[in-house]
Design a binder for this molecule. Sequence first.
Ligand code: GLY
Length: 361
Amino acid sequence: MKTIRLKTQSRTYEIKTGNKLLDSLGRFLKSPCFGQDAYIITNAALKRRYGARLGSALQSAGYSARFFLIPDSETSKSLNIASSVIKDLAAYDKNKRIFIVAFGGGVIGDVAGFIASIYKRGIPFIQIPTTLLAQVDSSIGGKTGVDLEAGKNLIGTFYQPALVLSDVQLLKSLDKRQLRSGLAEVIKYAAIMDAGLFRYLEKNIHRILESDLKAIEYVVGKCAGLKARIVQQDEKEQKGIRTILNFGHTIGHAIEAACCYKRYSHGEAIALGMLVSSDLSYKLGMLGKKAVQRIEKLIIKAGLPVKLNKVNPQSIIRAHYRDKKFIGRKNRFVLLSDIGRCKVRQNISLKAIRESLKKIL
Ligand code: GLY
């Protein structure tokens, strides 16, 4: 097991990564800081598979456990779902000291964290991420939120969990598409921050796709450490440091939006976005051709898409204007200067973006 200590202005907490951690959950909870009564937000499939184990891990350590199920889709990130959870939570909350447990992927983590941040002006919550994407990225760093029709994550808070427990054994049952989607974020970390991790992936990515838990444990621990390092320096994305975690996301989010969040998973869209950003980096003279090829090759090896299927590039351009990363009228792109090194650039011309979009058409 690896323990990473993440120290931010608002809270210091531990990220535990390793294999077979779930049954020992009680050991990692530090009452009274967490409360006494666990309110677990999850979905029906996860409750069927792990509910009994999670419940008994909590109860045997002296905590009560109540489950609330939300649908397993992006539509759960809505004010309506958040409000139905909060009503149930408030009705249940009599003579209790409640803490929330987000048991699921990115959607559950985001909505559960959001609820924890606004209920009674904030109650403790812990993240037990069950997808690769959530273990390497979304469960760490306190971004919470729900979507509006006008855009993703338009309502949200920065609210740090009290603990992140990433048990890679929970990933054993993930389907290949979910694994690949998480791998896109792993490739992102390697490309922007860690050339050594990039080389490791070039050699070992097949092991991750075969659900080799040793390899998965290694990358989850690595990425959690990298993310903690960034969040520690720029918790609320105000200094332009945390911004680098958006490599591939400006175009990736635009692809998701242009396809109404249906055709491509988040990771698949980010893979396409990373290809466009690498090509932009090359065309702007920042990155060598060989590095661009290595990134493309790794994305192919991960089984992620490298070409868009029947999407009008103009709809991507339109969607990219609504990106939260826009400052006034200026877009912002994270570009690479080498494998493992990146820079944030503003105001990239539409002509250059259109040219680089051709890479994935
Ligand atoms: N997923 C990017 C961030 O947490 O900042």
